[in-house]
Design a protein around this ligand. Sequence first.
Ligand code: AMP
Ligand code: GLY
Length: 417
Amino acid sequence: MKALVIGTGAREHALCRSLSLDPDVSELHCAPGNAGIAELAELHPVDALDGAAVAALATDLGADLVVVGPEAPLVAGVADAVRAAGIPCFGPSGEAAQLEGSKAFAKDVMAAAGVPTARSYVCTTPEEVDEALDAFGAPYVVKDDGLAAGKGVVVTDDIEAARTHANACDRVVIEEFLDGPEVSLFAITDGVTVLPLPPAQDFKRALDGDEGPNTGGMGAYSPLPWADPKLVDEVMETVLQPTVDELRRRGTPFSGLLYAGLAITSRGVRVIEFNARFGDPETQVVLARLQTPLASVLLNSANGTLDTEPPLRWREDAAVTVVIASHNYPGTPRTGDPIEGLDEVAEQDAPYAYVLHAGTKQDGDAIVSAGGRVLSVTATGTDLTQARERAYAAVARIRLDGSQHRTDIAAKAAAAS
Ligand code: AMP
Ligand code: GLY
C-alpha cells in the first residue's frame, strides 16, 4: 500500500514511524513533513491546507491511503477533497471536524448526546460575558470559540484577565471550572464502530509543576497506572459511542480519530474538549505501545469497515515522551538554531529511545529548529520509571541553544506506581 501523511509535527513523525514499520506499507510519502520524517518518507512541498493540491498529489502518487494529521486541514475540508478524488482518507469531513473547530458546536453535540461536560454559556457581547463570569465565579474558564492551537483557553482567578480575553474573542464559551486530573482518550472510528486506544496524559503547561502558560503539550505518558481500570469502558459508553452516534444521526458522520480530553472530577468523568485528530504529544506514547500494524486500522476507518478489524494489540511496556521546545515558546519562538546530538541518541539509545521531530528542517548539512515545539524524545520501558530514565537520558544528549523542556514528565505517576 502507498500511504501519504499530511502534516509536519512529531505526531506525523510518529504516524510515519508506525506506518514505516507496517509490512503492508510499500511506499510512504509526507507533505510537507520535516527533517526527521524525511528519513522515513519522501517529502512533497505541498501546502497541507490546500485540499485541491493534496488531492492532486495523492492522485499523482497513486496513494491508497491519505492520513491527515493536524486539525487545520481537517477543518478546512482537506479530507473531503481527497475523498472526492476517490482516495480513502483517514480523517473527518470539514463538517464533522467542527467538533474541534467550534467549541459551541461541540457543546451542542454533547448536550444532544447526553455527554457529561462542564456547564457553559456561549457569549457574543460584553454584557453576556459579565453575566456568565458572575454565574460561575472563580476560577474562570474562557475559551475562544474557534481553533487556537491549544492557546485560546484562559483559566484564571483574575476577573479582569478573564474579561479581557473574552472580549478579545468574537464568540466565546465561558464554562464551569472542572477540577481533577486530565486524561486524553483517543478512539478510532469509521462513523459507526468505535475502537478506543489506551489513555494517555499530556502536560499542557510550559513549566515544571504545571506552572507557566498553556502550550500545545510538553510531554506525555501511557499507560496511566493510577486510573480506574474501568475508565475506558465508561468513557466508551458515556462519551465516545454517544458522540459518534449523534454525529451520524445529524448526517455528519465522524470518521477518523476522535480525541476526548477528559477531567476526572469528584463527580465523575467530564469532557473538557473534543479534538478531531490524534493528539500531540500523546500520539507519540500511544503509538509506541501499539503492536497491531497501523495501516490496515486507518484504512478500515477510511473505508467504513472497522467492524472487520480484529481487537487491537498493545505492548505491556510503558512509554514517555518529553518535548524539547524553542527559546521563548509558547511565545514567538526563536528558530534556525542548529540541533546537535541526534546521532548520539540513534547510536546509544535506540531502540528504546528515539527522537521524533516536530519543528525541524534540513539546512545544508545541519538540522535546525523551525518551530515552537522542536523535538519529542520518546522512550519505552518495562514501567514508567524506566521509560522516563531512558527518555531523559536521550534528552540530555540533545543540544539546542536556548531550548527548554520539562523535567517532571510522568514523574508523579512513576513514583506512585
Ligand atoms: P482546551 O483547549 O479546551 O483543551 O483547554 C486547554 C486547557 O485548559 C485544558 O487542557 C485544561 O487544562 C484547561 N481547561 C479547559 N477547560 C477547563 C475547565 N472547564 N475547567 C478546568 N480547566 C479547563
Ligand atoms: N496534546 C493536546 C492536543 O493535541 O491538543
